[in-house]
Design a protein around this ligand. Structure first.
Ligand code: ZN
Length: 75
């Protein structure tokens, strides 16, 4: 999944990234642009993760497919 953190004070938003990296970038933005203000805004979640491709589920399905393929070759 990909996360995008939106600033609560201006129109700033991070690019699609991991949850921990997005939180860090948002915090860095607040420190830089809105020092003294408690970090706010909201988080947008994308389950399809356009930047990360198919992600973990896709890898698991691919692995399962390869196992089935290997098993079928043995028979
Ligand atoms: Zn801002």
């Amino acid at each position: 999944m990909a996360y995008r953190f939106w600033c609560g004070e201006c129109g700033y938003r991070t690019h699609w990234t991991s949850e921990s990296e997005g939180a860090q970038r948002q915090l860095a933005h607040y420190t830089d642009r809105h020092s003294g203000i408690q970090p706010g805004g909201h988080v947008e979640v994308n389950r399809k993760s356009p930047s990360g491709g198919a992600g973990c589920v896709g890898a698991a399905v691919l692995l399962l497919f390869l196992l089935v393929l290997l098993a079928s070759l043995h028979h």
